[in-house]
Design a protein around this ligand. Structure first.
Ligand code: AMP
Length: 278
């Protein structure tokens, strides 16, 4: 497995693969890899002739008050995990490589990025859309794999690829959870034992919402109230809501496709989770 730090080198590698008519999957990550990331790498390895995993903690998607400085970095273990999963290459650029002095062009994210995370992290998707566009330009892959864990991000990337005519197929990977139901996240390592117990209320709220919907309840406000009750122990509830799974617009009477999404703070750690309800 190759480790590449320079954009022109990775572009050359990928063009040589594409020139032979081979498919290339890219899996963008910020490192601190866990089994959720590895499942995306495996998916790409199964689907594509070659897989490139990017590891880059993207400063433009963090607000000034967020955890950029203490974001976990485990590069050597990440490379081993990527190698074990069968990928061809890790692309790990420096901040200066991705954002040289004077770099001032950004991608304005699509409408699907405005609600939910767009309200609580107003600059976030601008940074995400920009770095994903830059990575797609450096890595002219045929496929890109994103996790459903960051459901709104997946929708933002799908809309951007369509709106800006990127010729790349976006593949969604399912959410990988620990045995107790907690969705895996690089940020889970910040949780104390007590925090972790509290954090289980996210997957529980989603499970209960799905059960209530399966029982025939059509009043979204009632299902959301049940979710809020289960989430009463978190430190800050930012949203726990059911929206149209494609547009992420609010829904009053339940209809398919409906997605429940949650964002909370437990201690200092921000956690998100989601699930298809109907
Ligand atoms: P991150 O390193 O947090 O930026 O995530 C990189 C990719 O991994 C994104 O597409 C995430 O949605 C995905 N991902 C993160 N956690 C999980 C998980 N528990 N299951 C599946 N995919 C995940």
């Amino acid at each position: 497995m190759q480790v590449i730090h320079r954009g022109d080198e990775v572009r050359q590698l990928v063009w040589s693969m594409r020139g032979r008519g081979e498919t290339v999957g890219v899996v963008p990550t910020m490192g601190a890899l866990h089994d959720g990331h590895v499942s995306l790498v495996r998916k790409s390895v199964e689907m594509c002739d070659h897989t490139i995993v990017t590891i880059f903690v993207n400063p433009t998607q963090f607000a000034a008050n967020e955890d950029l400085g203490k974001y976990p970095r485990t590069f050597d273990a990440d490379c081993q995990a990527v190698k074990d999963a069968g990928a061809a290459c890790v692309f790990s650029p420096s901040v200066a490589e991705m954002y040289p002095d004077g770099c001032s062009t950004f991608v304005d994210p699509p409408a699907v990025g405005l609600p939910l995370e767009g309200v609580f992290r107003p600059e976030h998707f601008r940074g995400v859309a920009t770095i994903v566009a830059k990575l797609f330009n450096l890595i002219p892959a045929t496929h890109a794999v994103f996790g459903s864990k960051d459901y709104q991000q997946l929708k933002v990337v799908e809309a951007m690829v369509s709106d800006l005519n990127f010729g790349i197929e976006i593949i969604a990977g399912e959410i990988i959870r620990d045995a107790d139901g907690l969705a895996m996240s690089s940020r889970n390592r910040y949780l104390s034992a007590d925090d972790r117990k509290t954090a289980l209320s996210l997957s529980k709220a989603l499970r209960v919402a799905k059960e209530i919907a399966a029982g025939g309840e059509l009043d979204v406000a009632k299902i959301e109230a049940a979710m809020h009750k289960i989430l009463a122990g978190v430190d800050t509830l930012q949203y726990a809501t059911i929206v149209d799974a494609n547009t992420l617009q609010p829904m009053h009477t339940l209809r398919s496709p409906a997605q429940a999404l949650i964002a909370v703070r437990v201690g200092a750690t921000r956690l998100i989770d989601n699930e298809r309800i109907l």
